[in-house]
Ligand binder design. Structure first.
Ligand SMILES: O=C(O)C(=O)C[C@]1(C(=O)O)C=C[C@@H](O)C=C1
Length: 482
């Protein structure tokens, strides 16, 4: 298995998925003309995507546990391919609706095959799942530009669909050259940690996380749907500012993904990230809902994107799957079923609330945020296990992976320096440089009590660098003598 190549193909699919999410809304006018139907009909067709996702998640998640992930990633790609090609040409509304349902199924199949694969790749791949969100966002970001360009050139609207299809065909070839990791294996260490959680607490955490599948999705959908109207109608902000409240949310979202990715790589606990982010999003939302100061609202929009749309949904899923490592597909299916439930209930609930006032619809997001925080707090309490030997050793293993990787890079560099020194006829030992490095260690060390031990480690590293350089020199001389 080539991890990097497989990861690349899996990520690329989510770039296309990002396009898939908004391609119908972006082409609503062109489609309504092409279909000789009102916009409402196009909107009705779009709702098919939600139906497809809702029906398929649970079934496909379960099946991917049985039949392996690769089939479902392929199923997702091929379904999306049919959707893109079909939608570019279709004129019949019924077929269009069927294609939209197929897009929903494609989404579910991709999720069932991909999130699970990343968790099965070994290492700390939960962070990779968060990065998927960045690829979705980049697809969503790029497509409107492509559509605008196509419109400006007065070209056929279908080209944006064809473009997505071409990427998929290329990626189908690339992906099928890769082997997938074995599925549903749980390391002994992980299994030990899960065993420490009592059955009742496990059930509580499962309820909490299923609910969080709903609230984390609902929080984002409601904001993106209502923010612009709310800003203009309730606070009489101008339309440019209202537009900025959405753009800053997207920029915040991408920044959040990067930070959460780094935090997970550094093995910060999922529960800590979730609590912190949920408190942050609730505070930001409070400001957005009640402050009329434009600058403050803009800052809050960024913070809200960062904390609510920076990949917390994926972090919640990672935590859920950790509780049930033997049925990763089923858990992914359950979690996203709740998410898809949010995507068609929130427009209904807020539509109804907006009859009273748009402010009411927007402020309902505060209720969702509060419930989400409550669910995550209960979950964190339920899955909390006091630190144990096993757990701490797992952490050391992860830290060591980084150190080993960095030491490999350091020794490679030491070799290059050794060669340069030989060419320039310089001695291997450079005491001044070594003293500088030891001073740097003292300067950078965050805990003074660690410093003396770290300096001893560095003395040993540099002694071994010299030994390595000596060996390389004598190897070269031997080759020359032969
Ligand atoms: O910087 C150099 O000159 C090196 O060869 C590298 C290095 C090191 O490991 O950092 C190794 C030996 C020298 O005495 C000083 C430093």
């Amino acid at each position: 298995m080539h991890r990097k190549q497989l990861s690349f193909s899996l990520y690329l699919n989510y770039f296309v998925h990002g396009i898939g999410i908004i391609i119908l809304t972006q082409n609503m006018l062109a489609l309504s003309q092409h279909w000789h139907s009102p916009l409402a009909t196009v909107s009705y067709v779009i709702s098919g995507i939600g139906i497809g996702r809702f029906i398929a998640y649970f079934i496909l998640g379960n099946l991917s546990d049985r039949f392996g992930r690769k089939i479902f990633v392929n199923l997702g790609m091929i379904s999306y391919l049919i959707f893109f090609l079909g939608m570019a040409f279709v004129t019949n509304i019924k077929i269009a609706y069927f294609l939209a349902i197929l897009a929903g199924i494609a989404n579910s199949a991709l999720d069932a095959g991909t999130y699970t694969t990343f968790l099965e790749m070994g290492g700390n791949q939960g962070s990779a799942n968060v990065l998927l969100k960045a690829f979705i966002s980049s697809g969503e970001f790029l497509l409107p530009l492509v559509v605008a360009m196509i419109e400006a050139q007065k070209m056929w609207y279908g080209w944006s669909f064809i473009l997505a299809a071409i990427i998929l065909v290329i990626n189908l070839v690339l992906l099928n050259r890769q082997k997938f990791p074995p599925r549903n294996q749980a390391s002994e260490r992980e299994a030990n940690i899960i065993q420490q959680i009592s059955p009742i607490k496990k059930i509580l955490a499962s309820i909490g996380l299923s609910g969080y599948g709903y609230t984390s999705m609902a929080l984002m959908i409601l904001y993106t749907q209502w923010i612009s109207l709310f800003a203009t109608k309730t606070f009489h902000f101008n339309s440019v500012l209202a537009h900025w409240l959405l753009s800053l949310y997207s920029i915040g979202s991408i920044s959040g993904v990067i930070i959460i990715f780094i935090l997970l790589k550094r093995t910060v606990a999922e529960t800590k990230i979730l609590i912190f982010m949920n408190v942050g999003s609730l505070l930001a939302l409070l400001i957005i809902c009640y402050s009329q100061l434009a600058g403050l609202s803009m800052l809050a929009a960024f913070v809200f994107g960062f904390t609510a749309a920076g990949g917390v949904l994926q972090v919640g899923l990672n935590l859920f799957v950790k509780l049930y490592p033997q049925i990763k597909g089923r858990i992914t299916g359950i979690y996203f079923t709740f998410g898809s439930l949010a995507s068609f209930t929130i427009p209904l609930i807020t539509g109804w609330l907006s009859q009273q006032s748009i402010a009411q619809a927007m402020r309902f997001d505060l209720v969702i945020g509060l419930v989400g925080l409550l669910l995550i707090s209960i979950t964190s309490w339920a899955v909390y296990t006091p630190s144990s030997l096993n757990q701490e050793r797992k952490r050391i293993n992860q830290i060591d992976q980084h150190i080993i990787h960095l030491l490999n890079q350091r020794f490679d560099t030491v070799k290059t320096i050794g060669n340069l020194k030989q060419q320039q006829q310089l001695p291997i030992l450079d005491q001044e440089r070594e003293n500088d490095i030891l001073n740097l260690v003292a300067q950078k060390s965050c805990h003074p009590e660690h410093t003396q031990y770290m300096q001893i480690i560095y003395q040993s590293i540099m002694a071994n660098s010299r030994a390595y350089q000596h060996k390389n020199h004598s190897d070269k001389e031997n080759v020359n003598n032969d």
